[in-house]
Design a protein around this ligand. Sequence first.
Ligand code: C2E
Ligand code: CA
Ligand code: CA
Ligand code: CA
Length: 281
Amino acid sequence: AKHSGRNQYRRFTAPLRDSAQKRLDLLKDLQSALETGQFALQYQPIVDMQSGRVHKTEALVRWHHPERGLISPGEFIPLAEDTGLIVALGDHVFHQAARQLAAWRDTLGTTIDISVNVSPVQFKSDGLRPQAWMDTLRELGLPGSAITLEITERLLMEIDDQTRIRRQAFQEAGLKMALDDFGTGYSSVSYLKSFDIDYIKIDQSFIRHLAPDSEDLALCQAIITMAHHLGMQVIAEGIESQAQHELLRAVGCDYGQGYWYSRPVDPDRCAELLKTMQSGG
Ligand code: C2E
Ligand code: CA
Ligand code: CA
Ligand code: CA
């Protein structure tokens, strides 16, 4: 009985211990990863549903770990948030994406825009300096309106004075604001109005089972109608089939993003996409 008890104990604690250890290891590596340039960006097109043209691309960060290979942001963004490293990482992502955008605009002669994810922890931190971001845009010759910041409902629920001041600085510089993962949190329409959101991104969980006459389609339709009445545009995330694309286009969805158009790709591949899928607009 004693023996089996101990095995029992081991069976329950070993996975816990392993994941805690893995977390610790990653934490340690995360700190040096920024300095040694292990983070790279991929880009995924956001497509105008009516014209089929690329409207903008979303920058998605990737960690190329020297031993573990590719680590997904779902794994390391929470760690970066816990340690505060998200601020430096977020700065890196912003500057990298802005430089890439300026390069594309120069070489491809497009008016393509870019979307950058900003974590709530980052947005609320004093380390986030809108002025430094504006300086970068000015140096690169980019208008603020070329940049969309993607935030989540979590931020809207935790708005404080600093957040408001920062939001206003971005707004005065012309940056746009997208509400990511819409429908998974608890945002109310009043939040949407008070934070002056430009785009709502319908979460992929509402797109996955989309079918004619489905509840999800009715939901999407309601979100689109509400957004349009409030002067916002709608991006549907996670579109993986032509059927989903057609259904959403038919109910007036403005933009689509998902594997059906393209997976997130490296900058070179994205430049080719921008050339073939006529960009701009
Ligand atoms: P997100 O902002 O909602 O990004 C969309 C995620 O869905 C991406 O995962 C993308 O690769 C994936 N996706 C796109 N199309 C499809 C599709 O058709 N089907 C499916 N199943 N998935 C699709 P990824 O790149 O792994 O990023 C995960 C999350 O990590 C992002 O979700 C975002 O919250 C966060 N993230 C990524 N890059 C950054 C960043 O630079 N900063 C911050 N703060 N967060 C980031
Ligand atoms: Ca996003
Ligand atoms: Ca999303
Ligand atoms: Ca607006």
